[in-house]
Design a protein around this ligand. Structure first.
Ligand code: NDP
Ligand code: 2IT
Length: 444
């Protein structure tokens, strides 16, 4: 059996009931075959792949908190410190009822290669909890965040592990967590990113993932001889990534026809109104049913359905496995040009294969959404030098990073004779630096 197949088999056997983790490992290792096969003896000798798929550390803890009625609740907290070969662990915290160890491991594994692609010195990690922030009061959110950080603060630090936002964790949650870290540890340091601007946050971090997605999409289309201006797009999600993807897309002359949340989706033939979306989601924390009040011409549909709308671009920005084989078929049928992933692993393996086989340009999340963590690393730099850069400085650096990622991904695929396979390109480009660092650091 080949080295890749052996490692995939052992990951499945050792980690049963973690389907998302299996999926992420399969996607990466399958596409690394040409590199692994060329170096098989060398890598086997030092168990490189076995070490890459085993997190350096997994932390699991109790998070007790009390609601507004005086009732106590218990959630489970996680932090997976996956790989520190190229820098301190870095990655977000997801607060969503679906969170379990397999989800956090898949996200942590993806993060290792994504962070490497940014070319900045950050290792990979991820954390979270099965806590559901929906419908909770600010005080309940604070109670949860303080309890979560009371335990997590023992394992993180500006030079060891630097968490940030993800689904369910935005500026409000980061603020509560930062306050609790400082209180318990007694140090004022850049231990979290995505902080508020008044206490060490970076300008453009809020916008970074969505903006970065569009910078990469624009460059990738350009390399394929296509101008992004004048195109139409379907976006899923209506959270941090989706909102700023829609904003930048609109600035670049793209008409965005859809967005969604976990209850339903909106079709706006005149293009999604970003100001309305921000008010609904960022200010009122409301549902998308509200959108029609701002735009009477729009339609609201219950359930899922974003990918049946005819558009040139599809930008999944909600969650994992939200673009299925049937959706890929609908996109191809409607003549979709490109799918660029704003979310982490939103496209299933079968859907990805179908899109690639039918000539759709496909940019995987670990490249396309790397702008968020890249700007987090820029926030770390600013915290270290105790200075703040302007919005334009950060945005220019972000754009430059995304353009470099695009070229590295395109070139790596070409180097191994698979021109146009950007899944392979991104995985190889991300893998090379981590592998090199791990080889240099000995068996650890
Ligand atoms: P938010 O919590 O801000 O928004 C998430 C959006 O996705 C919401 O509209 C939410 O709807 C929807 N959603 C979440 N879970 C589901 C689900 N199970 N089914 C349908 N819709 C769902 O998160 P972000 O925008 O930050 O994150 C979105 C994606 O981007 C995630 O995959 C995340 O890992 C990834 N990402 C985020 C980065 C960041 O910097 N924030 C960086 C890189 C990647 P509802 O409100 O109804 O739950
Ligand atoms: O998936 C991701 O890259 C993030 N949620 C952002 C992580 C970060 O550290 O900014």
């Amino acid at each position: 059996m080949s080295y890749v197949d052996e490692v995939i088999e052992s990951v499945v056997a050792k980690n049963p009931a973690e389907p998302e983790f299996h999926q992420a490992v399969k996607e990466v290792l399958e596409s690394l075959r040409p590199v692994i096969e060329a170096n098989e003896e060398k890598y086997r000798k030092v168990a490189l792949l076995e070490r890459m798929v085993e997190p350096e550390r997994q932390i699991k803890f109790r998070v007790p908190w009390v609601d507004d009625k005086g009732q106590a609740h218990v959630n489970t907290g996680y932090r997976v410190q996956f790989n520190s070969a190229i820098g301190p662990y870095k990655g977000g915290i997801r607060l969503h009822p679906s969170v379990n160890i397999g989800i956090i491991k898949f996200l942590g594994f993806e993060q290792v290669f994504k962070n490497s692609l940014t070319s900045l010195p950050i290792g990979g990690g991820k954390g979270g909890s099965d806590f559901d922030p929906k419908g909770k009061s600010d005080r309940e959110i604070m109670a949860f965040c303080q309890s979560f950080m009371t335990e997590l603060c023992k394992y993180i630090g500006a030079d060891t592990d630097v968490p940030a936002g993800d689904i369910g964790t935005g500026a409000r949650e980061i603020g509560f967590m930062f306050g609790q870290y400082k209180r318990i540890r007694g140090v004022y340091e850049g231990v979290l990113t995505g902080k508020g601007l008044s206490y060490g946050g970076s300008l453009a971090r809020t916008e970074a993932t969505g903006y970065g997605l569009l910078y990469l999409t624009q460059e990738l289309l350009k390399l394929n001889g296509i101008d992004i201006a004048g195109k139409t797009a379907c976006v899923s999600g209506s959270g941090n990534v989706a909102i700023y993807a829609i904003e930048k897309a609109t600035q670049l002359g793209v008409k965005v026809l859809t967005c969604s949340d976990s209850n339903g989706w909106v079709y706006d033939p005149d293009g999604i109104d970003v100001a309305a979306l921000k008010e609904i989601k960022e200010v009122n924390r409301a549902r998308l049913t509200e959108y029609k009040k701002y735009r009477p011409n729009s339609e609201y549909h219950e359930g899922r359905g974003v990918w049946v709308v005819k558009a040139d671009l599809a930008l999944p920005c909600a969650t994992q496995n939200e673009l299925l084989l049937e959706d890929a078929k609908a996109l191809v049928e409607n003549g979709c040009t490109a799918v660029c992933e704003g979310a982490n692993m939103p496209t299933t393996l079968e859907a990805t294969k179908y899109l690639q086989e039918h000539g759709v340009i496909f940019a995987p999340g670990k490249a396309a959404n790397a702008g968020g963590v890249a700007t987090s690393a820029l926030e770390m730099s600013q915290n270290s030098e105790r200075l703040s850069w302007t919005f334009d400085e950060v945005d220019a650096k972000l754009k430059n990073i995304m353009i470099n990622i695009t070229h590295n991904m395109v070139d790596a695929a070409k180097r191994y004779g698979h021109e146009g396979d950007y899944v392979m390109g991104a995985n190889i480009a991300g893998f090379e630096k981590v592998a090199d660092a791990m080889m240099a650091q000995g068996i650890c």
